[in-house]
Design a protein around this ligand. Structure first.
Ligand SMILES: CC(C)NC[C@H](O)COc1ccc(S(N)(=O)=O)cc1
Ligand SMILES: [Zn+2]
Length: 258
């Protein structure tokens, strides 16, 4: 079964996607004391105030909230970025009950889950698809999720998950501003990497926030009621452990904002 990360997952992706064994694959294990502090790295800015989410969908790999991106209404800028990058979608990766599910790890430790806010360089490229194949085409902001108290805004997402239980389902999800999912500090690590699922394009400038957000086990559990399988399939496989393990650093530098 294609979704099973054991039989058809990361270990065999290189057969159809040889770039899986490339020199700038993601995620990676971030070792903080081995990162280089770069005083030239400024802060990142998220201009999400004119945010226009459209829908929420189960694409068989994750749950994705998509945005209208006809102009620079919602952009990330600064930090390692030479241009503003437009918000296209955000999605999550998570584990099974009680076990961890982040993609990036920190000194070998993984978090319960990881949120990815996916942006594309609309200054240099005409479409997301074109940007997704260019070395400076995408900027993904990674935010770790740690279990603890309820997150006061995450319920807006988890309350909608029952509507997109099956692979291929989509439902309206308007006017959600992901700024409410940010931690208090925007300090980050940054490095050059890739998409963490096929086609694994080496087109991502990764910006991983150091501070996790706190969500409850109950909220996280609602992600695990999603299914990898479609409504018409008789097998019902829970969507969990949809994360790629860390990949070789291959000599890359990880920089730290401060
Ligand atoms: C190549 C384009 C057109 N299609 C890409 C496809 O939608 C997958 O897009 C993505 C987008 C983001 C990521 S992650 N986990 O690295 O943030 C993975 C795959
Ligand atoms: Zn992702």
């Amino acid at each position: 079964h294609s979704f099973c990360l054991v039989c058809q997952g990361p270990p065999v992706w290189h057969k159809n996607y040889p770039v899986a064994q490339g020199n700038r694959q993601s995620p990676i294990d971030i070792i903080p004391h081995q990162t280089s502090h770069d005083p030239g790295l400024g802060p990142i800015t998220l201009n999400y105030d004119q945010c226009t989410s459209i829908n929420i969908t189960n694409n068989g790999h994750s749950v994705v909230v998509e945005f209208e991106d006809p102009d620079d209404r919602s952009v990330i800028l600064g930090g390692p970025l030479d241009n503003p990058y437009r918000l296209k979608q955000f999605h999550f990766h998570w584990g099974g009950k009680g076990c961890h599910g982040s993609e990036h790890t920190v000194s070998g430790n993984s978090y319960a889950s990881e949120l990815h806010l996916v942006h594309w360089n609309a200054v240099k490229y005409k479409t997301f698809g074109e940007a997704a194949t260019a070395p400076d085409g995408l900027a993904v902001l990674g935010i770790f999720l740690e279990t603890g108290d309820d997150h006061r805004w995450l319920h807006m997402i988890t309350d909608a998950l029952y509507m997109v239980k099956f692979k291929g389902s989509v439902t309206d999800f308007k006017a959600f501003n992901p700024k409410c999912l940010l931690p208090s500090s925007l300090h980050y690590w940054t490095y050059l990497g890739s998409l963490t699922t096929p086609p694994l394009h080496e087109s991502v400038i990764w910006i991983v926030l150091k501070e996790p957000i706190i969500v409850s086990e109950k909220q996280l559990g609602k992600f695990r009621m999603l299914l990898f399988t479609g409504e018409e399939e008789d097998e019902r496989i829970r969507m969990e452990n949809n994360f790629r393990p860390p990949q070789p650093l291959k000599g890359r530098k990880v920089r730290s904002s401060n």
